[in-house]
Ligand binder design. Structure first.
Ligand code: HEC
Ligand code: HEC
Length: 399
């Protein structure tokens, strides 16, 4: 029983085998990052005109995101703290870096691209996703190429990367030549981060069947629809800051359909610091999508200091904003949470509490946790092989 394959058949067979191999990236058969379907009710996009997502750019970004060789001792990658299985966050309150742990909780990364507020981090200290992208690499505690106090610098990292076989073909595919620069690393990582989108939640299924967010969603339970109304509607307060009607006012700062942070938001009254102390600078939240995983467990604790372990604890916080302990705290907290100068008291009933929790659970998607295009491209030994470069001397020259 002898069969012979034509060269074309052989090429096709090898291409299928190659794309299925762990630790292999086939440049002739890249996943779709550039033209993913975006629902028509999503209207915002913070992609700069000069850094549109390309399949090759996001693929390079994926390798950079998962590459532990981008940390001084080869142990930490972006994905160490932003884990796909946990909505690109970390179950640990403080994440482990190469020289200690982080001062704040790692942020989930789905739908970063669709937020109104382009600034990144809880305190908004990075102006854009691009600007953010190389900061963890240059942070002494996180990945260690700070160039200060004896740490190697980003230039040292680029020297290291130039000696790795997989980067030249990836940079050629993304940028046309193999030159590695910080700017190109930022662009590629930002393309990958912006590509991480999640629009297959129960909320999305309902939103796509309704004329607007305020209309009842046909696929929601009565409780979920009531929770949605409470999330959307602003509260009505009396002179003492006690809620006498209306909703819980969440959408004022976390508006659907992106559930991203209102750029004008100030502190929500969570003012602690991991390890103790006070931090009044946090005015950004990641999108409120994917706070729970598809099994209903949290993707890590909530808030910059991870001080609220559950969504119930979050509701308890907003139900009774702590009384400001100083003038500085009072000035940091968003005025919407201090009606008439008093910390808000939502006085949620048990039913209202249940309804809001039911609604918050509808924003969880599924593909974001499992889609291979956002997964680790390295094999178990930490290697990745690039095929389909069209270079002579490889099996792939006839593509
Ligand atoms: C050691 C853990 C750790 C590593 C490594 C790490 N991050 Fe983070 N990431 C965090 C923490 C903690 C925050 C929040 C920090 C803050 O606000 O001060 C964060 C915030 C972010 C944000 C902001 C999200 C938002 O909505 O504002 C982005 C984007 C991000 N990281 C991407 C990356 C990328 C890309 C890398 C790799 C180059 C990386 N991170 C490496 C822990 C980490
Ligand atoms: C005045 C603006 C404002 C209002 C109103 C508001 N939030 Fe927030 N929210 C924030 C800010 C700012 C943060 C980030 C705070 C921090 O970590 O320091 C945040 C954080 C959160 C987080 C944590 C997200 C994460 O990834 O850890 C959740 C959950 C949340 N809010 C839910 C709600 C709900 C539910 C309501 C309504 C009951 C609400 N918020 C009302 C501003 C607001």
């Amino acid at each position: 029983m002898k069969r012979s394959l034509s060269p074309l058949c052989l090429a096709a067979a090898l291409a299928v085998a190659a794309s299925a191999l762990p630790g292999t990236i086939d440049l002739t058969n890249l996943p779709n990052y550039a033209n993913q379907t975006i629902p028509n009710y999503i209207t915002r996009n913070n992609t700069p005109p000069d850094n549109q997502i390309s399949n090759a750019g996001a693929t390079l970004g994926r390798v950079l995101f998962y590459d532990k060789r981008l940390s001084v001792n080869n142990t930490v990658s972006c994905a160490s703290c932003h884990q796909q299985a946990h909505g690109f966050s970390d179950l640990a309150t403080a994440s482990q870096g190469v020289n200690g742990t982080t001062g704040r909780h790692a942020m989930r990364l789905s739908n970063v691209r669709f937020g109104n507020e382009p600034k990144m981090f809880w305190d908004e200290r990075a102006a854009t996703v691009e600007q953010q992208a190389t900061q963890p690499i240059q942070d002494h505690a996180e990945m260690g190429f700070s160039g200060q106090n004896g740490d190697p610098s980003l230039a040292d990292l680029i020297d290291r990367m130039e000696a790795l076989s997989y980067y030249p073909p990836l940079f050629i595919a993304a940028f046309g030549d193999p030159t590695i620069t910080e700017d190109r690393m930022q662009r590629a990582i930002a393309q990958f981060v912006r590509s991480i989108q999640s629009f297959d939640s129960k909320y999305d299924a309902g939103r796509s069947q309704a004329p607007n967010d305020g209309a009842p969603f046909p696929n929601f339970t009565a409780s979920e629809n009531r929770g949605k109304q409470l999330f959307l509607a602003p509260p009505v307060f009396n002179a003492q800051g006690l809620r006498t009607g209306g909703g819980a006012g969440c959408a004022g700062c976390h508006a659907p359909p992106e559930f991203d942070i209102d750029p004008n938001s100030r502190s929500n009254g969570v003012i602690g610091k991991i390890g103790g102390g006070q931090d009044l600078t946090n005015t950004r939240s990641p999108s409120l999508r994917n706070m729970l995983n598809p099994q209903g467990a949290t993707n890590g604790a909530f808030m910059h200091d991870g001080s609220l372990a559950s969504l119930q604890a979050v509701l308890n916080h907003y139900n009774a904003i702590p009384t400001p302990t100083s003038q500085a705290v009072r000035q940091a907290i968003d005025a919407r949470l201090l009606p008439g100068g008093n910390p808000q008291r939502l006085q949620l009933t048990a039913q209202e509490n249940t309804d809001i929790l039911a609604f918050l659970a509808t924003t969880t998607g599924s593909a974001v946790y499992t889609d291979a295009k956002w997964s680790n491209p390295f094999d178990a030994n930490g290697n990745v092989t690039i095929v389909g470069t069209g270079q002579t001397g490889t099996n792939w020259s006839f593509f």
